[in-house]
Ligand binder design. Structure first.
Ligand code: NAD
Length: 290
């Protein structure tokens, strides 16, 4: 079993840590504050308790069987001895860049870096390290411990060996993978973020209510979730940051974030993780609610 470093214990890092720990890997989960790690521990414990209900066929087990494999820490130096690292910190280049520079000096050169970003190009991340051939996009879907497929992105210098190592690791935790070339937003978010933003414009202009916009996508198209529910699940702050990356990288006004999105983020209404976005949520199920 590999020792997996997971940096960032927010919406995505928590699910990624749970996924690897559930499949028997030792995990080092790092964030900047104890209360964030305490929330991550509480969320993973609740997910494990509810797993037999949410995922029929999953055996009941004490949460400690899984959480006991995770070292929750604010000490980045604990990542010195990991075999593979998945980074899930805030979608801001001024946050990710200095982190990668530090991780590059901390982790042995052979350790691959899996980048779980929504939109930042993998080649840009790789350039902040001295191991560009071992940097690869591992775009997990939310919630990471439940979603079956990962979008894998080859940066300009990503080696065949790093790709094969990443695919083997994902196979090991029961995840399918679809490999794409590097581009801001990759395939998924280059398309999805436009849709979410346009749905927010439709609400902003009073064309329909939030509930009906989501119902139209679910009832007419058979989508599991409407676009505003999806934005709430991702986190409205992360949607805004992703649109800003796309807007800047493509220099195309089609990605300009809707003013209503900005207002909700300024108001601290970030979706499920804060309990309120376009809809209201309770901290009571296994769907990534924080
Ligand atoms: P989040 O805001 O929920 O969590 C980010 C976490 O990173 C926070 O807990 C923050 O304290 C931590 N952090 C910030 N700087 C750090 C540092 N230097 N060291 C350690 N921890 C640090 O965000 P999220 O939704 O989990 O997104 C994380 C990454 O995953 C982003 O790049 C995002 O674009 C990407 N992503 C998000 C989703 C989604 O649906 N939310 C899906 C796929 C990928």
């Amino acid at each position: 079993m590999d020792r997996i470093g997971v940096v960032g214990a927010g919406t995505m890092g928590t699910g990624v840590a749970q996924l690897f720990a559930e499949h028997g890997h030792e995990v080092v989960l790092v964030d900047v504050a104890d209360h964030i790690l305490e929330n991550a521990l509480a969320d993973i414990s609740r997910n494990i308790r509810l797993a037999p209900l949410v995922r029929p066929g999953t055996p009941e087990r004490p949460p400690e069987q899984v959480t006991g494999r995770i070292l929750f820490t604010t000490d980045l130096k604990q990542l010195r001895h990991v075999d593979y690292l998945v980074e899930n910190v805030t979608e801001r280049w001024d946050v990710k860049r200095p982190l990668y520079e530090e991780l590059d000096t901390l982790c042995p050169p052979k350790v691959p870096f899996g980048v779980n970003t929504s939109a930042i190009p993998i080649t840009r991340v790789a350039a902040a390290t001295s191991r560009a051939d071992r940097v690869i996009g591992t775009h997990f879907m939310n919630p990471a411990h439940l979603k079956p497929t990962v979008e894998v992105i080859r940066g300009h210098h990503t080696s065949d060996e790093t790709l094969a190592r990443t695919q083997a690791l994902l196979d090991d935790v029961g995840r399918r993978h679809i490999v794409v070339a590097d581009s801001s937003g990759f395939v998924t978010n280059r398309v999805l973020m436009l849709t979410l933003n346009e749905a927010i414009f439709v609400l902003h202009e009073g064309v329909s209510s939030a509930a009906d916009i989501d119902r139209l996508f679910k009832e007419c198209f058979g989508h599991a979730m409407g676009p505003l529910e999806t934005a709430d699940l991702i986190g409205l702050d992360t949607v805004l940051l992703s649109l800003e990356v796309l807007y800047g990288d493509f220099n195309d006004p089609k990605y300009r974030p809707c003013p209503l999105l900005r207002r909700l983020v300024d108001a601290g209404l970030h979706g499920r993780k804060t309990g309120q976005g376009f809809h209201s949520y309770e901290r009571s199920n296994e769907s990534g609610v924080r």
